[in-house]
Design a binder for this molecule. Structure first.
Ligand SMILES: CC1=C(/C=C/C(C)=C\C=C\C(C)=C\C=C\C=C(C)\C=C\C=O)C(C)(C)CCC1
Ligand SMILES: [Fe+2]
Length: 465
């Protein structure tokens, strides 16, 4: 029995199925999407889980093998002829996966969408039955085969970033709630390297979109390869430089483009406008889960490493990376740790905030941190960016997923609510964990009748909506 007075459904998406008969995937991000639901009602929790019926998943089930290009795996060409065929289908985007195993968002009009990095991998699901309802198809001419897996979604709009691999750059687009038509807002040309930097996510402020250009760049040749390369679909171009661009939401004009120290991030936490005493915007502050400019986190996440914890501390260090992007025309921006990474055990990823503070000044972030030695983030951490401290939750041998913040209805304070996570316990069982976001102490846990795989991102569907 849960003593928790917010009714609604917590949804979590992630790559949950890594085995096809005798064949096993090798990387965490390859798994076929598993959607989990925990519905809270009158103090009780009811759970369910289901595979998303993507074309990639259905074809793999039908043929007992990988049929589309996943994060690290690609279909094995049976012959040179079929390889040529694959090349053609890659150029058209046909061979790319629609395995929407990364995020789940509730759009302003109530539709629930599962997402990955491919545009075709946007799939509408039913949050009650977990049915795969339909493909989400854009009704515009913007095109693009890949996009940021994390759009910015509010009750009224949707912002997305589309990398352009042909003419290296990014297109920024927005879409009204209730529509399937993205509108072109503006374009950022890359300042370095042969291809755009990977944009798994990006932040916005009230008036600006921040476009990151990191030295971990998409690589067309790696997209074509049959075997996983050390950096999968990407290449590290330290020499290309790292940049942060700021685009005005209203005009689509670039108001700042600065060089910054090298960085590696999947997840931006939030961003806001820094103002002087007269209320003029002087800089953009953008925070992310930053892996100390080290790409080896991608290797850390190979299933072989995750399944073989030897007691050795192998998780690479991460921090809350805080960018300061000046708007006065200076050519350089800053990147520093927002707090001492020891506060959260030098592990930092899978973050959430109070959505009421999206794009605005904020104080708290919730994420997965580390208690060392470990091979994967194994704590939940509440970061106080003002005090520069962290409160940590830990249970021996447990692996918690993204702590997702849900505000208490009528809340006035930023941390008035709960953080919900799903935890895999040491004995293989699992439970949904509800932490008081203020104290970061456990309020309730609901045990599942069976263990569930690890998962990535979440959303909340309030009961009345
Ligand atoms: C990147 C491309 C593709 C696929 C991307 C996919 C399937 C997922 C990416 C997920 C990410 C980046 C998740 C990050 C999680 C980080 C964790 C758990 C960190 C923990 C460390 O502390 C396609 C779809 C194959 C297309 C090409 C590009
Ligand atoms: Fe993500």
């Amino acid at each position: 029995m849960l003593q928790y007075n917010t009714d609604g459904t917590y949804l979590r998406n992630g790559p949950g199925l890594w085995d096809l008969g005798d064949y096993g995937f090798r990387h965490l991000f390859d798994g076929y999407a598993t959607l989990v639901r925990v519905s809270f009602r009158d103090g009780h929790a009811v759970g369910a889980h289901r595979q998303i019926e993507s074309e990639a998943y259905k074809a793999a089930r039908r043929h007992g093998k990988v049929c589309y290009r996943e994060f690290s795996e690609v279909p094995k060409p049976d012959s040179f002829k079929s390889f040529v065929g694959q090349l053609a289908s890659l150029l058209s985007g046909n061979s790319l996966t629609d395995n929407s195993n990364t995020g789940v968002v509730r759009l302003g009009d109530g539709r629930v969408l599962c997402l990955t990095e491919t545009v075709k991998g946007s799939i509408v699901v039913d949050p009650d039955t977990l049915d795969t309802v339909s493909k989400f198809e854009y009704e515009d001419k913007l095109g693009g085969l890949i996009h940021s897996a994390h759009p910015i979604v509010t009750d009224t709009e949707f912002w997305t970033l589309i990398p352009d691999l042909i003419r290296p750059g990014y297109v920024v687009a927005r879409m009204d709630a209730g529509s399937n038509e993205r509108q072109f807002v503006g374009r950022v040309d890359c300042r370095g390297g042969p291809a755009p930097g990977w944009v798994h996510s990006f932040p916005v402020t009230e008036n600006y979109v921040v476009v990151p250009e990191m030295p971990l760049r998409y690589c067309a040749a790696n997209l074509l390869r049959a075997e996983p390369t050390p950096l999968y679909k990407f290449q590290w171009h330290l020499e290309s430089g790292s940049y942060m661009h700021v685009m005005c939401k209203a005009s689509g004009k670039i108001v700042a483009s600065v060089e910054v120290p090298p960085f590696v991030t999947f997840h931006f936490i939030n961003a806001y406008e820094e103002k002087d005493e007269e209320g003029r915007v002087t800089a953009i502050i953008a925070d992310c889960c930053e892996h100390n400019a080290d790409t080896s986190i991608l290797d850390n996440l190979r299933l072989h490493n995750l399944r073989a914890f030897t007691g050795e501390d192998v998780l690479t260090d991460a921090r809350v990376g805080r960018f300061r992007i000046p708007l006065d025309g200076s050519p350089f921006g800053e990147l520093e740790a927002a707090l001492d990474p020891e506060e959260h055990g030098r592990g930092m990823d899978m973050c959430s905030i109070n959505p009421a503070h999206l794009g605005k000044e904020y104080r708290y972030a919730y994420a997965c941190g580390a208690r060392r030695p470990c091979n994967f983030p194994n704590t939940l951490t509440k970061i106080d960016l003002v005090e520069k401290t962290a409160k940590n939750w830990y249970e021996e041998g447990a692996v918690p997923s993204e702590p997702y913040f849900v505000a208490r209805p009528g809340a006035l304070e930023e941390d008035d609510g709960v953080a919900i996570s799903m935890v895999s316990a040491k004995d293989g069982s699992g439970y949904a964990l509800v932490l008081d976001a203020k104290t970061f102490k456990e309020i309730a846990r609901a045990k599942f009748p069976y263990g569930l795989p690890y998962g990535l991102h979440c959303c909340w569907v309030p009961r009345d909506k």
